[in-house]
Ligand binder design. Structure first.
Ligand SMILES: [Zn+2]
Length: 305
């Protein structure tokens, strides 16, 4: 076995260069591996970026839609506010003495109060004729006989505010007006056992409303509107019309039937003569093609026609 100058056998030299090649290959593989991994990482990152961009875009879209909805919401709130204001103005300026003349509806309204006997008789007549009516009792009458007013509401009739004491409202302070209205409300709520909402106010003695414009009532119309009501007068009544005549049942029937038209609001009172006239009034109206009912029914007919 011979030795070369360097004292290494060629076999050894060959082995060494093989080892270097191996190291070189390992290094190359490692580098390639790193490159490969960073390339796949790069691809994954790119995909993530695309996904993030897509999500950002979606978020932006949602933000825009959200903004649009908020704008719409603001618009609705503003419109609602406007409608509320208009509604309030309308109520405070609304004094009606009749409904739409193009309907055949007629409202039967009966004011003040009486003992349970006469109220009971009235309810029976209305039931027999299948008619709903609107009553304007004073709060003091309601307090005196709560059960008959409860029965009236249960049978589908409605109540309107006519003050507690039948007070002429132009003669008292704003504070007293408010008290008159809320004492009526308390009496009714307590009689019925629930919070009753009425939209109708009728001024006792027509005080302040000698004309439908109601110039002297302007001061308290705002208070009425503030309580969610408007003022209901009438176009057919008996007390003034028959003041110079004998107040008989026949004349009452005659006067009401002669003066009632489609859309009329008939004012009766809880007295023996008016209630005695009621069956003939209801029959007579129907014979003339008119349909008696409550104020709500009359006003609803006005909206529908
Ligand atoms: Zn009255």
């Amino acid at each position: 076995m011979g030795y070369n100058y360097y004292g290494r056998s060629p076999k050894t030299k060959k082995k060494k260069s093989g080892y270097r090649l191996f190291l070189f290959l390992v290094l190359l593989l490692a580098l390639a591996g790193t490159g490969f991994f960073s390339f796949t990482q790069y691809l994954a990152l790119q995909a993530l970026r695309v996904e993030v961009d897509r999500l950002k875009e979606q978020l932006q879209k949602i933000d825009n839609e959200n903004q649009l909805l908020w704008d719409q919401y603001d618009q609705v709130v503003k419109e609602n506010e406007k409608l509320r204001e208009e509604n309030y103005m309308l109520r405070s300026s609304t004094v009606i003495s009749h409904g739409n003349r193009n309907t055949n509806r007629v409202a039967i309204t009966i004011d003040d109060g009486a003992g349970p006997e006469l109220i009971g008789k009235t309810l029976r007549i209305l039931r027999d004729h299948n008619v709903r009516a609107t009553f304007f009792p004073t709060g003091s009458w309601v307090e005196l006989h709560p059960e008959v007013w409860k029965a009236a509401v249960e049978k589908g009739h409605e109540l309107g505010n006519h003050t507690y004491n039948h007070t002429f409202l132009t003669t008292v302070s704003d504070q007293q007006i408010k008290e008159e209205l809320s004492r009526w409300q308390e009496a009714v709520d307590s009689a019925l056992g629930f919070k009753y909402q009425t939209y109708f106010f009728r001024p006792p003695g027509m005080d302040g409303f000698t004309s439908p414009q109601g110039s002297t009532a302007r001061r308290y119309k705002e208070i009425i509107a503030g309580k969610g009501m408007f003022t209901v007068l009438w176009d057919v009544e008996l007390i003034y019309a028959l003041r110079n005549e004998a107040y008989t049942t026949e004349r009452i029937i005659e006067h009401v039937l002669a003066n009632t038209k489609g859309g009329s609001i008939v004012l009766l009172h809880f007295n023996e003569n008016d209630i005695a006239a009621l069956p003939d009034i209801l029959n007579g109206l129907r014979r003339r093609g008119l349909e008696p009912g409550s104020l709500s029914e009359l006003l609803l007919a006005a909206v529908q026609s």
